[in-house]
Design a protein around this ligand. Structure first.
Ligand SMILES: *[C@@H]1O[C@H](CO)[C@@H](O)[C@H](O)[C@H]1NC(C)=O
Ligand SMILES: *[C@@H]1O[C@H](CO)[C@@H](O)[C@H](O)[C@H]1NC(C)=O
Ligand SMILES: *[C@@H]1O[C@H](CO)[C@@H](O)[C@H](O)[C@H]1NC(C)=O
Ligand SMILES: *[C@@H]1O[C@H](CO)[C@@H](O)[C@H](O)[C@H]1NC(C)=O
Length: 413
């Protein structure tokens, strides 16, 4: 146990005893009843190995008292002064005092705990660096006080019952690098500042966010951008090109995105997964997509896209799945036909004469009776890279991380 030399055990005891008296006294004045359960524990408090643990003890016990369901019996271990041994809690030496011991991380992944709020809990653990709580039943809103957590770098609140607005206070946590709030009930907009923050991972999928994608989207340094299954609107901003050196996986499927695919997407030379399926995107596929040299999964299915499927796209050497079904494409060339035969390209339910399982002539005519156009039409036929017309190789499918984000219980770290 880490016990600083300059303290004798008895001075430490006296100190913590008065500290706790003070704390419990204050708590009683503020909230008369909830803490009464933990009062019998006071004698144990004498054995805290660090005063930082003595300080968080009443916070944890107060939170424990708010838990209404604990089917796995996790909180049964949250007794006594040995907080570092509580299930889900991890101690470490904080950066501001390497001889102190404090709660540095919490991992409640899969604990199935139910509590009405985390307010007054995580925001009161000042040294917290990691908080992971995938697959619990925590609800309420996120306290703006979490902005005070000066060491926080991973926040995973995924697959809970949180509601209300985006926890905007996170934009004031400069250390934050991982933000996963997918599978909750957050609504309203997302502050554009989040795309300027130095995050690696931003998972916002499966909420009810409603927002026109901001023009600064491309300022984001994230590697994984998953905004899928929300109500994002507007066109994909041309600024996405600015993220070309960092972006690897882009999941925008199942939103309400409109407009034409910008030429600029073709500059995302490191992207392995680009999925904008099930939106309201229209226009042709820009030939610049033939420069997505690393793309393995390209999903544009269930949109309002039309024109010829560019042969340069079918020539992409790493393609394992090109999904273009449920659009209004009218033509495929020989390279694309070869991909259809190999089961890589899916063009079901389009308007391609001579291929099986297409839309009816009536449906296609109705679609094309409405005049359609895209801004900057000349950009659609520009290929901003060298193309090597090699015969596409058979590819084995790799595990792509972002698709795990679409399944609710998957833990990504
Ligand atoms: C930690 O808890 C386990 C059981 O959960 C127990 O066996 C062990 O003795 C505890 N360690 C300490 C140092 O209290
Ligand atoms: C660092 O932590 C130790 C253990 O809690 C404590 O005794 C010491 O006073 C702290 N040092 C500073 C500078 O706060
Ligand atoms: C791919 O990533 C590397 C390393 O981050 C970077 O140097 C390179 O410019 C990126 N490629 C493109 C096309 O941006
Ligand atoms: C290809 O991708 C689409 C869209 O993501 C998906 O529905 C389909 O199952 C995939 N096909 C294969 C063979 O993996």
């Amino acid at each position: 146990m880490i016990l600083p030399k300059q303290f004798s055990v008895s001075t430490l005891r006296t100190l913590t005893f008065f500290l706790c008296l003070l704390l419990v006294g204050c708590q009683i004045l503020e909230t008369p009843s909830p803490l009464s359960d933990s009062i019998p524990l006071i004698p144990d408090i004498l054995n805290f190995i660090d005063q930082r643990l003595a300080l968080v003890f009443p916070i944890i016990q107060a939170f424990k008292n708010t838990i209404t369901s604990d089917p796995l019996g996790i909180t049964a271990t949250w007794v006594g002064p040995d907080i570092c041994n509580y299930t889900g809690f991890y101690c470490d030496n904080p950066p501001d005092n390497l001889t102190a011991t404090t709660i540095a991380s919490i991992d409640f992944n899969g604990f199935q705990l139910t509590a009405p709020t985390l307010d007054g809990f995580i925001d009161q653990l000042p040294d917290l660096a990691l908080f992971h709580a995938n697959s619990n039943k925590f609800s309420g809103t996120i306290s703006p006080k979490i902005a005070g957590l000066k060491f926080l770098y991973e926040l995973d609140l995924s697959n809970n019952l949180f509601s209300g607005l985006f926890p905007t206070s996170v934009i004031n946590i400069p250390t934050l690098s991982f933000l996963d709030i997918r599978y909750n009930f957050f609504t309203g907009t997302v502050p554009p500042q989040i795309f300027m923050q130095t995050l690696d991972v931003l998972f916002l999928n499966n909420n009810n966010f409603m927002l026109t994608l901001p023009n600064n989207l491309g300022d984001t340094p994230v590697v994984y951008l998953t905004l899928a299954n929300n109500k994002f609107t507007g066109p994909i901003p041309r600024s996405i090109r600015k993220a070309s050196s960092t972006l690897i996986e882009v999941l925008l499927l199942n939103n309400l995105l409109t407009g034409c695919l910008p030429y600029d997407i073709g500059f995302l030379g490191n992207v392995t997964l680009f999925d904008v399926g099930a939106n309201l995107l229209t226009g042709p596929i820009p030939w610049s997509f033939g420069c997505l040299k690393k793309v393995e999964q390209l999903n544009l299915a269930r949109n309002l896209l039309y024109g010829q499927v560019p042969e340069v796209v079918c020539a992409l050497g790493n393609l394992a799945n090109l999904s273009l079904s449920y659009n209004y494409f009218t033509k495929v060339g020989p390279l694309c036909k070869r991909l259809i035969q190999r089961g890589v390209l899916d063009v079901r339910k389009n308007c391609i004469i001579g291929l099986p399982d297409q839309r009816s002539a009536k449906e296609c005519m109705a679609f094309f009776s409405i005049p359609r156009s895209c801004p900057n039409p000349a950009s659609f036929n520009i290929i901003p890279c060298q193309i090597h017309w090699t015969k596409p190789q058979e590819r084995t499918k790799r595990h792509l991380l972002s698709y795990s984000a679409i399944s609710r219980n998957r833990v990504l770290l």
